[in-house]
Design a binder for this molecule. Structure first.
Ligand code: NG1
Length: 415
């Protein structure tokens, strides 16, 4: 495993640009323990930050140019600060961050060096680590460091420039995690609390061997789930007489009497036009995403999406209680139930992820599930410490790896 710290990142920056950076930022990856596809519904999540991280070195640049290199991807990105053309690949996150930082030190350029050991296949949130890291590093490099509470909305907005209508879980845990704790995040109303990881519980993350491509198929599949969640919320609110704030979220009807029964009666698939028909709903607002619009006539799954999200929100509470009671068997069973729901109702698992989770359970894990958006990427297993080696080996045998142990670490560090 390569080793990174402030000195090694600063030395590599010097090799690229001939001067020292004036800031180095470490942003951790994250593994979501439970609460999958709930954040954009306004319902809770329980992720933790992990030691594998994205490192960003930055210093002021010349002539209003932004120059950036990443050891994960070849080539130098060279953009104008004033009119950064929409980048391709990882540079899309850079242009998103620049758009959100337009008000900070306008006209100034920067040199940026990006490296780290956070896998980029999907599920451990490398995209958010990159965006959070770039925002924090640029603001500091320009002498206008941003407080974490101010970075949070900018980072969420920056990521959405890529066309993925993501929730806010990743950015929040990266900014507010503390070592030894998962972070329970509520969005409706907003709240966060540290949840201690009890002794005797270890975690392994493992790759499915499939990349969840957020610039193509995985982005569209993800946005379909967001749309399905909105359509379900709109129909349920209509039935139980709740006035919805736009955009609609399932959080606004969660816990309302009889809603759970009505979820099972939602149509399997429906389009925005059909949802709006005969209801007092602005169809344009229903499909408006941050930087794009969802197709009004595309039918998307709603029943399965709502069934997963509503049941997953209840599993977050149950999992937090199981952690508090050090009831690892119960905690593992909740992870397994989450995976089954993601596979059967949300339909965002893959055969490789299913095989991987099964292999890790057989090797002694308390439970295992896909983590992150799915469609490939990573899975997480909760296991007894003595089973870690066997679970890692089983994962590698199932998919070829990588697989490794992770523990809860602190959030963003500005060095
Ligand atoms: P991943 O797949 O780890 O990037 C995505 C979203 C989260 C959340 C999860 C599903 C992004 C940046 N993040 O995570 O907000 O919705 O899926 O729980 O798209």
């Amino acid at each position: 495993m390569p080793f990174f710290d402030r000195d090694s990142v600063a030395a590599a920056f010097r090799d690229s640009y001939g001067v020292d950076p004036n800031v180095v930022v470490r942003t951790p990856g994250r593994v979501n323990l439970i609460g999958e596809h709930t954040d954009y519904a306004g319902l809770p999540v329980l992720p933790m930050a992990i030691a594998v991280s994205t490192w960003v070195g930055a210093g002021p640049g010349e002539d209003g140019r932004i120059r950036a290199t990443s050891t994960a991807f070849p080539g130098l990105v060279d953009l104008s600060r004033e009119s950064p053309a929409a980048g391709a690949g990882w540079a899309r996150y850079l242009t998103g961050a620049l758009a959100e930082l337009a008000h900070v030190a306008p006209g100034r350029g920067a040199d940026i060096y990006i490296t780290g050991d956070l896998p980029t296949e999907g599920g451990l949130s490398s995209s958010s680590a990159l965006t959070v890291g770039i925002l924090a590093a640029l603001a500091s490099a320009w002498g206008a460091p941003l407080a974490r509470e101010d970075l949070l909305p900018l980072a969420i907005a920056a990521e959405r420039h890529t066309g993925v209508e993501s929730g806010g879980m990743d950015q929040e845990v990266m900014l507010f995690a503390t070592a030894g704790h998962a972070l329970r995040i509520d969005f409706h109303p907003p709240a966060r609390r540290q949840v201690a990881i009890p002794a005797g519980l270890a975690f392994v993350v493992a790759s499915s061997g499939e990349v969840a491509e957020k610039s193509a198929g995985a982005r569209d599949a993800y946005n379909e789930r967001v749309a399905g969640m909105r359509f379900a919320a709109t129909m349920l609110a209509d039935q139980v007489g709740v006035d919805l704030d736009m955009p609609p979220t399932l959080a606004q009807v969660y816990g309302v009497d009889v809603v759970d029964l009505l979820v099972d009666e939602l149509p399997p698939k429906i389009s925005a036009r059909e949802v709006a028909h005969g209801r007092d709903v602005d169809v344009a607002a229903l499909v408006q995403l941050s930087h794009t619009t969802f197709d009004q006539i595309q039918k998307v799954p709603v029943r399965g999406v709502a069934q997963h999200i509503m049941s997953e929100a209840a599993r977050v509470d149950a999992a937090e209680q199981a952690l508090g009671a050090s009831d690892f068997a119960a905690f593992g069973a909740i992870l397994d139930a989450s995976h089954a729901s993601l596979r059967d109702a949300m339909r965002c698992s893959t055969p490789a992820l299913d095989r991987l989770c099964k292999a890790m359970r057989r090797a002694g894990a308390f439970g295992a599930r896909l983590t992150g958006a799915g469609f490939g990427g990573y899975a997480v297993a909760a296991c007894p410490p003595e089973a870690v080696g066997g679970v890692i080996q089983a994962a590698i045998d199932a998919t070829g790896g990588p697989a490794f142990e992770v523990s809860a670490c602190a959030g963003l560090e500005i060095l």
